[in-house]
Design a protein around this ligand. Sequence first.
Ligand SMILES: Nc1ncnc2c1ncn2[C@@H]1O[C@H](COP(=O)(O)OP(=O)(O)OP(=O)(O)O)[C@@H](O)[C@H]1O
Length: 211
Amino acid sequence: MSSCAALLSLRGVAVATRDGRELLRVDALDLAAGERVAVTGASGSGKSMLLRALAGRVPAGLTLSGERATELTRIGIVPQRGLDALHPLIPLRRQLGLVTRADWAEVGRVLDRVGLDDDALQGRRPAEMSGGQRQRAALALAVLTRARVILADEPTSALDHDTRDQILDLLTAVVEPEQTLVVATHDEAVADALATRRICVSADRLESSDA
Ligand SMILES: Nc1ncnc2c1ncn2[C@@H]1O[C@H](COP(=O)(O)OP(=O)(O)OP(=O)(O)O)[C@@H](O)[C@H]1O
């Protein structure tokens, strides 16, 4: 793929500790519009680091070097724990409106689409929601940002199989065809269900293939 068609490109990117230990190296990676990318690999291989490198932000104490090229100003992030994307104490519908500046009706529509269609639930604080409900809320937030790239880090890892399948269905239904979705997962069923392209992280390196 040529980099001029890419929404986001990484070239010679490394995530490392401050004392120089490399946790991830990406020689070249391009994301195009509408791709559905599954990032797989063993625990600790660097899947989350790859998502962080794509987002352009690494945790305190780590460094990100190399070239990250994109014109995007917003990237949607669905974290492993939904609560990491949300304020625990601000009622959900109000919070999503405040954060994304979407109007009340639009927030309501997206919450309906992710299955949080109950008025009482929409008025509840995320701290008082279940793990699956928080995941749905985090997905609604990512959708409402209208970001052209959505990064989801193990969005189904804490969920039982039924809820996992529901979140997967939601991801496929809610993400627009031209939006790019990158999902880190160690669950082959999730990768099979979603991906048009796979990236396997192994010993901090990437191997790519079409799904
Ligand atoms: N803040 C940090 N400081 C130092 N090393 C870290 C830090 N965060 C993660 N690591 C290390 O970086 C490597 C990659 O971690 P990463 O979280 O990307 O793995 P992962 O593939 O997402 O794992 P999992 O499937 O268990 O979530 C691991 O060896 C991990 O121990």
